[in-house]
Design a protein around this ligand. Structure first.
Ligand SMILES: Nc1ncnc2c1ncn2[C@@H]1O[C@H](COP(=O)(O)OP(=O)(O)OP(=O)(O)O)[C@@H](O)[C@H]1O
Ligand SMILES: [Mg+2]
Length: 478
């Protein structure tokens, strides 16, 4: 089967059309069959009771005229003939020896007839039977002699009437033909109406697919809006939500790229300015050369730091499978970090204190965790005041270890708190500007902690200080 046909069969349009058609046709067919059947049954039963009442009247006359002994009674003969012609049938009169004494077809007179119905009728019952296959009604009526004086009843014979039902059949065939025409007309209309309804119902989905295509190609509105059904409204809402998220992601990617370019360009621009100005001076004193070269060296250092930070971020963006896990003594790790940062803290006149509540060993990536915690403590020192302090504490329970980095620094404004973990984000304050940094530190810290399946939280009050709480599982679960 070609893909097009398969697609059509699977389509909502086809299913709706099929449903409408089936719903229209099946009741029609059942109704027609039921109607024809009930017409036949009813017509046969009316015909039977008509003939039965005629036959009973005739049976009485046969007995009262003693026709069984005087078959030459002309009046009875006429009536028997009449009954036979009116109903297009045959009448037999049978005496008590089962001999046919009268046959309106004059075929079997004098012959014997023994059938179940005839015998039953000799017991005084009227028997009616409809043979639908051979299309005739047969009925037997007992010829009963009643002697009222002696209260006596005697069956003298039986009258058998068999009548063809051809006329009923003709009628029912005619009815079948005319209802078939009606049915075909109704099926055709149902399919037509069904197609229109199916097309109408599916339209909003077509509209939706066209709008999505437009959005995909970059034309048309920025949001999907098909408000025909509750379902389409819901799908549109979900789609627009997804679109919004994609736009945010795209915007943040673009912003990241432009930030990276900008950050990488700044040190280069400074170096270029320094080099140009020293070149334009002609024979400048050696001291000036040295000073400018030192400045250029600083800029190169800054550029190297940015590139290294970017590299660690890119590395951490990859899967957690890149973690190099080993069992590490966290107390020693923190002591080492503090020892390294001590000179910077002393230069800033900031007191650096480590408080270990218990010995802790955990399965961690030593390099990445060192980077993460160093960034936090370095920030505490950098964004501090003179004679301030940074307190680092380590604690643990049976599942996690906790590192708290608390400082007495400048704090972070409320509106900036949710952004500080973003790449290149720096709180926009002249103070923060004069302190060196790329704004990548906290992004690296957060990534490293998340890779360890840990969590980081920040609390800060402007002008009072900041607390970073870190929680990391003691054993690493990949
Ligand atoms: N302890 C803190 N106290 C006050 N402000 C902070 C603190 N830690 C971070 N910040 C603010 O959050 C910003 C982002 O910090 P982050 O560590 O990511 O970048 P950075 O320190 O500026 O540069 P980098 O760490 O890459 O050298 C900082 O610029 C600073 O404004
Ligand atoms: Mg930092």
């Amino acid at each position: 089967m070609s893909k097009k046909i398969q697609g059509f069969i699977k389509s909502l349009r086809f299913r709706l059309l099929l449903l409408c058609t089936l719903l229209g046709i099946i009741p029609g067919i059942l109704l027609r069959a039921g109607m024809l059947n009930s017409y036949e049954t009813r017509a046969v039963s009316i015909r039977t009771s008509e003939i039965l009442s005629q036959a009973k009247i005739l049976a009485n006359q046969i007995v009262s005229n003693d026709y069984l002994n005087h078959t030459d009674t002309a009046m009875i003969d006429v009536q028997l003939e009449q009954l036979s012609t009116i109903y297009d049938g045959r009448v037999l009169v049978i005496d008590e020896r089962f001999y046919i004494i009268k046959d309106t077809y004059e075929l079997d007179e004098g012959k014997m007839i023994i059938s179940e119905e005839v015998i039953k009728s000799f017991y005084g019952d009227e028997i009616t039977k409809f043979d639908s296959e051979n299309r005739y009604i047969e009925l037997t009526v007992p010829l009963i002699f009643v002697d009222k004086e002696q209260d006596l009843k005697k069956v003298l014979g039986v009258m058998l009437v068999s009548v063809s039902t051809d006329s009923i059949n003709l009628n029912s065939e005619y009815l079948a033909r005319s209802t078939l025409v009606l049915e075909l007309v109704s099926i055709f209309s149902v399919i037509l109406i069904g197609s229109v309804i199916a097309l109408q119902l599916v339209k909003p989905f077509d509209k939706m697919s066209r709008s999505i295509e437009k959005i995909q190609n970059g034309y048309g509105d920025d949001a999907l809006e098909v408000s025909d059904y509750t379902e389409t409204i819901q799908i549109c809402e979900k789609f627009n939500g997804m679109l919004g998220r994609m736009k945010v992601l795209d915007a943040s990617r673009q912003e990241f790229v432009s930030n990276v370019s900008h950050e990488l360009k700044t040190p280069l621009t400074s170096m270029k300015v320094l080099a140009d100005s020293i070149n334009s001076m002609g024979d400048a004193p050696v001291e000036l050369y040295k000073e400018f070269m030192a400045d250029i060296g600083n800029e190169i250092e800054r550029e190297t730091k940015i590139i290294n930070d970017l590299l660690s971020l890119v590395k951490m963006d990859k899967s957690a499978a890149d973690l190099n896990i080993s069992n590490i003594n966290i107390n020693e790790l923190l002591e080492l970090i503090l020892k390294r940062l001590k000179p910077i803290a002393e230069r800033q006149e900031v007191e650096l204190v480590l408080e270990s509540f218990r010995p802790v060993t955990a399965d961690v990536d030593e390099v990445k965790l060192t980077l993460a915690l160093s960034n936090l403590i370095e920030n505490g020192i950098k964004y501090n005041r003179k004679e301030g302090w940074v307190h680092v504490s380590l604690n643990a329970d049976h599942q996690y270890f906790y590192v708290k980095v608390e400082d007495s620094g400048i704090g972070i404004p409320k509106e900036d708190l949710e952004h500080i973990f973003e790449r290149f984000y720096r709180v926009d304050k002249s103070h923060s500007k004069e302190i060196g940094g790329t704004g990548l530190g906290l992004a690296i810290t957060r990534n490293a902690i998340l890779m360890h399946r840990g969590a980081i939280k920040v609390f800060s009050t402007e002008g009072e200080g900041t607390i970073f709480n870190v929680r990391i599982p003691l054993s690493y679960v990949p």
